[in-house]
Write a protein that binds this ligand. Structure first.
Ligand code: NAP
Length: 394
């Protein structure tokens, strides 16, 4: 429930979660009904919906982490952001994930905002997370963590990084963590971007953020984050668990990324790969290249539509997906001819299966918020399915 807002957005970025207010407004509409705790393809078939409703919109996102495809990726201590993020966000499916923070160094692979979230969560002083809705089990682990150095590795140049400028500009504000980026890598990236033609606004803003990060005075904190660019992961090595990552050093030659053949190693005990996602399969829905097969949001020959990451792939911030959703709503309005009588899908669900409707969700929400109040947190998330469902009954 609440998908990304609950299980994806970093707990130290509460402002991003205010989009939930839009959900609440929609939920207050008299013709809105919520049927939660129902899995398509398991509790109900897609045909049950398509035969009874005018339009079925799949907004199921991308929840599977892409694989690096390098040796050692499956060693204990090597995790995907698709596991680590829902773990610290209290998703019940991940609350028992084995996250070992007993080493000193972690490596995050990928140069996008998800990598940035993972690195920040590992590198900040856990006291900064005490007032957030980080899951209790994760907060306890962060408090005993001995990780002090977090590397973020991008395989291309600084100018190619997918981080957005607001995320970069937030880094110097970290109070207990020094953030390092090699000033030479930044000026070389700037020179390459200039040589390639006029620098567009978004890149100029990112390069400026990098320059100011490089120049930002370091305080000598024992916690640090360090960006390494032109570093392509080649192998994760270790005897029964992660002990080092071997990187190939790339260079940019005439705008192309080229392997120099040189290698270096970062000894570490934890690797998080944050290199993108793909959609999880759903019975009865055709997928192609990690997304639902569709044309501009229409699943051709059906009354199924799709929006967001399930439609386009795992890119774009929440705002991108909001406008994407309204485009698809317009398509539906265009396609709607004679509306069918609305059916109640509750009729299709066995009576002993607990449906979380809006009233049940409000109870869960109120209980979590009330648990957070005395602790100065927005909420304390319940991380067991059984307890979550029982909160919906009270
Ligand atoms: P992303 O922005 O697409 O970044 C993925 C990164 O992984 C890229 O740097 C990519 O490098 C790298 N990569 C891919 N394959 C690789 C490989 N085999 N080896 C090494 N590196 C590899 O994806 P994301 O970080 O998952 O974010 C998804 C979307 O959510 C983005 O639009 C992001 O802005 C958004 N998001 C926003 C926020 C926020 O607003 N605060 C927070 C989290 C996520 P190449 O470019 O070289 O392929």
């Amino acid at each position: 429930m609440w998908g990304l807002v609950r299980s994806g957005v970093a707990p130290d970025h509460p402002k991003i979660k205010t989009v939930a207010k839009v959900f609440e407004k929609v939920a207050a509409e008299p013709n809105f009904r919520l049927f939660g705790n129902i899995e398509i393809g398991k509790d109900i078939d897609i045909e049950d919906l398509t035969s009874r409703y005018d339009a079925v919109v799949m907004c199921t996102g991308s929840s599977i982490g892409r694989k690096l495809g390098i040796p050692g990726e499956d060693l204990p201590g090597s995790l995907s952001a698709a596991e680590f993020v829902p773990w610290y966000n209290g998703h019940p499916d991940y609350s028992n994930l084995d996250v070992d923070l007993s080493g000193t160094t972690a490596v995050v692979i990928g140069a996008g905002n998800v990598a940035m979230d993972c690195a920040r969560m590992l590198a900040v002083d856990p006291f900064e997370l005490d007032s957030t809705d980080t899951a209790d089990h994760a907060l306890a682990k962060f408090h005993t963590s001995t990780i002090r150095k977090v590397y973020i590795a991008g395989r291309r140049g600084v100018e190619h990084a997918a981080f957005t400028a607001p995320e970069l500009r937030d880094l110097p504000k970290l109070e207990h963590t020094d953030v390092h980026i090699d000033a030479t890598q930044v000026s070389e990236a700037h020179a390459r971007a200039e040589a390639a033609g006029e620098i567009e606004k978004h890149l100029a803003s990112n390069l400026e953020a990098w320059r100011s990060l490089a120049e930002h005075p370091k305080s000598g904190h024992d916690r640090s984050m360090e960006f390494r660019f032109l570093s392509a992961p080649k192998e994760i090595k270790g005897n029964g668990k992660v002990e080092e990552v071997i990187f190939g050093i790339n260079k940019i030659d005439n705008g192309k990324v080229v392997d120099t053949g040189e290698r270096y190693s970062i000894p570490c005990s934890l690797v998080i790969s944050a290199i993108g996602y793909q959609a999880a399969p759903i019975n009865g829905i055709h997928f192609h290249n990690g997304i639902i097969e569709n044309e501009a949001g229409r699943v051709l020959g059906t009354n199924i539509y799709t929006v967001g990451w399930a439609k386009r792939g795992p890119s774009g911030v929440i705002g991108t997906n909001k406008s994407d959703a309204s485009d698809v709503v317009n398509l539906i309005l265009e396609d709607l001819k004679e509306p069918k009588a609305t059916m109640d899908i509750a009729m299709l669900i066995p009576s002993d299966h607990q449906i979380i409707d809006q009233a049940s969700w409000s109870k869960i929400n109120a209980a979590e918020v009330a648990a957070g109040e005395p602790l100065g947190k927005p909420r304390v998330k319940e991380v067991s399915w059984a307890k979550l469902l029982s909160l919906g009954l009270n």
